[in-house]
Design a protein around this ligand. Structure first.
Ligand SMILES: Nc1ncnc2c1ncn2[C@@H]1O[C@H](COP(=O)(O)OP(=O)(O)OP(=O)(O)O)[C@@H](O)[C@H]1O
Length: 650
């Protein structure tokens, strides 16, 4: 392959522009990113060499070497990791594979990145961070096991294009040569480099080395200083990091700053973590875990191709960052490291899928995370609330998927309610504790937004009775309530489904009497409305839940409610045919008008129109779309005109 010039994928260039122009608040991190890539590359070759020793080329002296060259103005980061083929360079460096990340980048333009660098930090600028300090970057790499002539040289000035060509390269691995910008030459300074490595990469488990040259007194063959002989330059290779995997150290010896830096290293988050969980499990399964609960949700929390957050190590050797069964999906926001003493080093990724040790570890991690959350909720309610606002919708998925931990999870979930202010939450325990006497069930309403739910006619009777209703506005809530059907011996009941057990015996009798009276009076009318709306509803009946509104739609106990219908449609799923019940308020004046019209002329077109309007009204008040908005507005307009004419005639 001769030297070719190629264009970056649009989003890569966009990312580069963002890095160059917006991310100047902490340039030092470029070195952390490159050392971290080098360390990942060594992890990979070390792991793959278990099944293919040829990759090693006889060199297992793992090392990341930093080479500052003041004369050339370059800083080189050299590793003897896995290296890349030319194709890999093109896909890894020239493109962004994740569609979610691409979409995010497209949208990020409008944000003020200079003020919110954490937005971009969320997915890690990785290699591109080089361009914060360099105006040209050369990458020379060769894949382990390939011949020395199969190297690849890539170069770019970060201005939209790059060149790529083949080259020879002696050692396996990758050199990143940063041609430092004039004002970035401080990164050639030994002390600056030392300080950055110590701060950001101390725990990297391979030696980060650098040649250090010092003026020293001349010594003789016996190593003794020769008096009066002056000084000479002496170069020694020094390891700059302690290489102590932070998770293997005792908790008492680790400072908050160290925990924080490690979190930032693995998560690319700019913020501190919300909670750090560090422990050693002993017994059936032996492992150490260092887990973090982030403070803010990443942009890709709901994207299917997001990265997993917990890396698996076996006795300090990295195995995978993609172990599916290490942590359940509903805790996918957790970041960290698990280091097992039980698994074999050459465990294959396929075996991991089925491994009983992994299942044990998962069970233990989940238990620890949930108990930490429970403790936090108890001791730091405000902190927990802030965390819950970020991750509550994900945590709630556990109620649906994690049967074994449902009891614990139901203590962790929070909901807004008719008694909380917007943005404030209540737990099920608190709800039950403040239930007024006489209330037997826990009530909730599902929908898309609190503002809409507050207006719902379904709440009227609950307001009157002083019963609190939980507002379930996350799409996942519909699934949550399918599994969370009871709490503390009390049934959870949707206010928009089935019959409600709200009244005392006396109230019931009174209401029944009223209903009977209404049925007697409007029996034929009820039948007539039902007939007119045969296509739309299953039944028309009088309501016990309305006090102010004229009508509403309710689902039967197992039918689809309006919210579920909306969610399924939004997911492009087939919505099963399910008609609901139209409930009418027997005391509403509208019913009397309909009654009079019916008596006067059953065949009247206006009566038929009113039936339709009634149904549309019920749909609109619950926030559902009506089938024919044009016809609806025409009917309302006609009504207004008729009213006008009547007025004129008076
Ligand atoms: N020193 C290296 N040796 C081998 N491969 C590398 C090296 N540096 C980068 N790569 C490859 O390039 C890819 C992109 O690197 P980049 O730093 O941009 O992102 P990343 O490391 O995958 O993601 P993140 O920085 O978010 O962890 C890496 O996934 C890796 O495959």
């Amino acid at each position: 392959m001769s030297k070719t010039t190629k264009q970056f994928q649009t989003e890569v260039q966009q990312l580069l522009d963002l890095v160059i122009h917006s991310l100047y608040s902490n340039r030092d991190i470029f070195l952390r990113e490159l050392i971290s890539n080098a360390s990942d590359a060594i992890d990979k070759v070390r792991f793959e060499a278990h099944s293919n020793e040829a990759l090693l080329e006889g060199n297992a002296d793992w090392q990341i070497r930093l080479i500052p060259d003041k004369a050339a103005g370059t800083l080189t980061i050299r590793d003897n990791g896995i290296g890349m083929t030319a194709e890999e360079v093109e896909t890894n460096i020239g493109t962004i594979a994740h569609s979610g990340t691409r979409a995010f980048l497209r949208n990020i333009k409008e944000q003020n990145l200079a003020e919110h660098p954490e937005m971009i930090g969320q997915f890690g600028v990785g290699f591109y961070a080089s361009f914060m300090v360099a105006d040209r970057v050369t990458l020379i790499t060769r894949k382990g096991g390939d011949g020395t002539q199969n190297g690849c040289r890539w170069e770019s000035a970060g201005d939209g294009s790059y060149t790529i060509e083949e080259c020879t390269k002696e050692g396996r691995g990758t050199d990143i040569v940063l041609h430092l910008k004039e004002e970035m030459k401080e990164y050639l300074d030994e002390w600056k480099i030392r300080a950055i490595v110590k701060k950001y990469s101390d725990y990297v488990q391979y030696p980060v080395v650098m040649d250090i040259t010092r003026e020293e007194p001349v010594t003789g063959a016996d190593g003794k200083v020769i008096e009066g002989a002056g000084t000479m330059e002496k170069t020694t290779t020094e390891t700059l990091n302690s290489m102590k995997a932070i998770w293997t150290r005792p908790k008492s010896e680790i400072s908050d700053e160290e925990y924080e830096e490690f979190y930032k290293h693995i998560s690319h988050d700019y913020d501190k973590p919300f909670k750090t969980i560090h422990y050693a499990a002993e017994g059936v399964s032996e492992f150490r875990a260092l887990l973090y609960l982030p403070a803010h949700k990443p942009f890709d929390l709901f994207m299917p191709d997001r990265k997993r957050g917990v890396n698996l190590y076996v006795r300090r050797v990295f195995i995978t960052d993609n172990c599916e069964h290490l942590i359940p999906d509903y805790l996918r926001f957790v970041k960290g490291v698990v280091d097992s003493s039980d698994l074999p080093l050459n465990v294959s990724r396929e075996i991991l899928q089925e491994d009983v040790q992994i299942k044990r570890i998962e069970k233990n991690l989940v238990g620890k995370i949930l108990s930490t959350l429970a403790e936090t909720k108890e001791k730091e309610p405000e902190g927990y609330l802030a965390f819950y606002k970020e991750f509550g919708p994900v945590l709630k998925e556990g109620i649906h998927f994690d049967h074994a931990n449902r009891d614990k999870l139901q203590e962790l979930v929070l909901f807004e309610s008719s008694r909380t202010d917007a943005g404030q939450f209540v737990s099920l325990k608190e709800y039950v504790a403040r239930m007024p006497e006489g209330q037997k069930e826990i009530y909730y309403i599902t929908g898309t937004a609190r503002e809409a739910l507050e207006q719902s006619p379904h709440l009227e009777i609950f307001r009157k009775k002083g019963y609190e209703v939980l507002f379930l506005t996350d799409p996942v809530d519909e699934w949550v309530v399918q599994h969370l059907t009871e709490y503390d011996g009390k049934k959870l009941k949707g206010v928009d489904r089935g019959d409600l057990e709200l009244d005392t015996e006396e109230e019931k009798k009174e209401k029944e009497a009223k209903k009977e009276e209404a049925v007697k009076q409007y029996k034929d009318l009820l039948g007539f409305i039902q007939e007119r709306l045969r296509e739309q509803v299953k039944e028309v009946r009088f309501s016990g839940r309305l006090t102010d509104s004229a009508c509403c739609l309710v689902a039967d106990d197992y039918g689809l409610n309006a919210n579920m219908e909306r969610i399924l449609k939004a997911m492009n799923q087939a919505v099963p045919e399910s008609k609901r019940i139209l409930e009418l308020n027997p005391e509403h004046p509208l019913l009397q008008v309909l009654g009079r019209l019916y008596e006067k002329d059953k065949e009247s077109a206006r009566l038929a129109d009113y039936c339709e309007l009634l149904y549309d009204q019920a749909l609109l008040t619950e926030g559902s779309p009506i089938k024919d908005p044009l016809r609806f507005t025409r009917l309302v307009a006609e009504l207004m005109v008729a009213e006008g004419k009547e007025l004129a005639g008076k």
